[in-house]
Design a protein around this ligand. Structure first.
Ligand SMILES: Nc1ncnc2c1ncn2[C@@H]1O[C@H](COP(=O)(O)OP(=O)(O)O)[C@@H](O)[C@H]1O
Ligand SMILES: [Mg+2]
Length: 587
């Protein structure tokens, strides 16, 4: 069990000074505390043999007060230092967790549920903190006190000590056996808690969908079922813990009875004095609580190790896409030529055979030119463009920028040069300005305004109650699909990318506005590379070249006029849309 906590050692090492001071306080506090039974014993002896006087009472009371004060101060210091360290480590761990999760590729978040990750970052993290703080502190305290008490007990009477402590191995066996059970049950509880969190999170994020399909009742029932399973598992732990504590109390009570019986016998036989008897029973009594607390501490350790393993999983998951293979300098200027060289691609799968979705694509987009991609849904357009900023990794050497494999660039350099407006827009719950300025270190307002203008969203935003400072997303205004898309476009434009990719990013914008945006973009993107995915002929016809992708293969490639002359998929699409337009005009 202990080795499972090893990942914590590097974190603890950082605070070794605190641990040293905390340990000194713990030793000192307990050295002072063990004096209490001794003083009471001495007082008992003294008064029995030489009579009771007020002076003696004040004297012993005074001693006890001084001890109480010193002990309290040391106890306070110990808690403050040791619990403080656990908070500091929790802080470090949380930062590392977030950093690690930010590095994961997008496929990681397809394989892991958000709620589960959230549960590990909250519940499990606090279970680990309980190990680092209270569990370590109680253990140190108990061990110190027991060791010192044992020293005095043995000095009074080894025989009495051995007999009174005879039931102790039973306690140890009990705690070990129960500890394992607790660990198992706690793991099952945490797993269920992750499930519940994920369920709740998906329902909140998908609130609109759930309402639209009138699935509230069904979802409530499903949640209740999970919640029931959770409580069932939690109650199994409660039952176990409920058994552990009284059993411990009973065994320890047994010790107390033995101490009284055997101790009384020893006093009668004049082998120990009354004062020593008082001291002994007092120590036995003081030992009971820490040993019972040990049961609680074991529980904390069990929970903590189970949780630490779950956190360790997150911390050690290697990001599937990283830039260890980078060979060019971070400052390398990217001109913007994109090349696919006999590219075959299949999405990574956990089980089974990967299915190839792109089959031998060879295509070059010269720097500064524009390429339009058309083709049926599912033909691989989004997949193809996602390989340029390495959202997924293509086989080495099959995707190149400026003649170099994309893997040769540090991720930051590559991705800074690429502005991708994805098919599904995502806005953060913050202001429109911050949403647009996302990813730009020093975004000045003029830059944001220019980008907003290029995306034809500026006027609309300025009419919002707070203009560009209007909050959007979960904490504010809900934008229409078209407004969201244009905001996302402004976000890509403001970064002034060498390669701009619009993945069907204007599908929710009306044709008229789209044409004006494209006109504006042509001006802004002069000398930059643009890749446009769209279903609309009006969008793609002015591109330098148009590629038709069908079932993962390039079926046609050329200019608008060339493709019309070929009389293939593109020409067909053109005729259909022409017909639709005529119908719309005449209708
Ligand atoms: N993240 C993914 N994991 C596995 N398969 C995917 C993923 N995204 C897309 N696909 C599959 O890849 C194929 C191409 O999809 P996509 O590139 O989105 O097509 P398009 O953008 O042309 O509509 C589809 O068969 C789709 O099911
Ligand atoms: Mg797509």
């Amino acid at each position: 069990m202990w080795t499972k906590l090893n990942p914590l050692l590097p974190y603890m090492r950082k605070y070794w000074r605190g641990y040293v001071v905390g340990s000194v306080c713990t030793v000192a506090a307990n050295a002072i505390r063990v004096q209490i039974p001794r003083i009471l014993g001495a007082a008992g002896d003294d008064m029995l043999k030489k009579g009771v006087t007020w002076q003696k009472i004040y004297h012993y009371a005074g001693e006890l007060i001084v001890i109480a004060i010193a002990y309290s101060i040391l106890l306070y210091l110990m808690r403050w230092i040791l619990i403080g360290i656990s908070r500091d480590i929790e802080f470090d761990l949380r930062n590392d967790l977030f950093r690690q999760l930010e590095k994961q590729s997008s496929s990681y978040y397809q394989e892991h549920r958000t709620g589960d990750i959230m549960a590990r970052m909250t519940n499990d993290l606090s279970a680990v903190r309980n190990v680092l703080g209270p569990a370590i502190m109680y253990t140190a305290n108990t061990v110190m006190f027991s060791a010192m008490a044992l020293y005095y007990l043995l000095r009074i009477s080894p025989f009495l000590t051995l007999t009174a402590l005879a039931p102790m191995p039973l306690v140890s066996i009990l705690i070990q056996y129960m500890g394992r059970k607790i660990h198992e049950r706690f793991e099952r509880i945490q797993a269920m808690f992750s499930d519940i969190s994920a369920q709740a999170q998906e329902n909140f994020s998908g609130a609109r969908l759930v309402r639209a399909f009138a699935q509230e009742e069904a979802q409530i029932q499903a949640f209740e079922r999970s919640n029931q399973e959770y409580i069932r598992r939690a109650l199994r732990l409660v039952r176990l813990m409920g058994m552990l504590w009284p059993t411990l109390e009973f065994v320890l009570g047994l010790s107390m009875v033995i101490a009284l019986l055997v101790g009384g016998h020893e006093v009668l036989a004049h082998r120990i004095g009354i004062g020593q008897f008082i001291t002994f029973t007092m120590f036995m009594y003081m030992l009971m609580w820490p040993i019972i607390a040990l049961g609680y501490v074991i529980n904390l350790f069990e929970r903590g190790t189970a949780s630490m393993m779950r956190i360790h999983e997150l911390l050690t998951a290697e990001p599937s896409i990283e830039d260890r293979g980078a060979t060019v300098a971070a400052e390398t200027e990217i001109r913007g030529e994109v090349e696919f060289r006999d590219l075959h691609f299949a999405y990574p799968v956990e089980t089974g055979d990967p299915v190839e979705v792109l089959h031998g694509i060879s295509l070059t987009v010269p720097a500064g030119s524009s390429l339009a991609l058309v083709g049926p849904t599912g033909s691989g357009k989004s997949t193809l463009v996602s390989l340029i900023p390495r959202l997924y990794d293509a086989p080495p050497g099959s995707v190149l920028v400026d003649g170099r494999p994309v893997r040769a660039y540090p991720l930051d350099t590559l991705r800074r040069a690429v502005g991708l407006v994805p098919q599904e827009t995502f806005l953060f719950s913050t202001t429109i300005r911050e949403n647009i300025a996302f990813g730009v270190e020093h975004a000045e307002m003029p830059g944001v305004l220019r980008a907003a203008e290029a995306a034809h969203i500026r006027e609309e935003v300025e009419q919002f109650p707070h203009g560009f400072e209007t909050m959007v997303g979960e904490r504010g205004l809900t934008l229409s699909g078209g407004q969201k898309q244009r905001t996302a476009l402004a976000r890509a434009v403001v970064r002034d990318p060498r390669i701009l990719i619009l993945d069907d990013a204007l599908a929710s914008v009306d044709t008229y506005t789209e044409e004006r945006i494209l006109e504006e973009l042509r001006r802004v993107m002069q000398g930059r590379t643009t890749i446009l995915i769209s279903h609309r002929i009006s969008t793609v016809r002015n591109a330098d070249r148009i590629a038709v992708l069908v079932r993962g293969r390039i079926a046609e490639l050329g200019t608008h006029d060339e493709l019309l002359a070929r009389n293939g998929y593109y020409a067909e699409l053109f005729r259909k849309q022409l017909l639709e337009e005529e119908l719309a005009v005449s209708g």
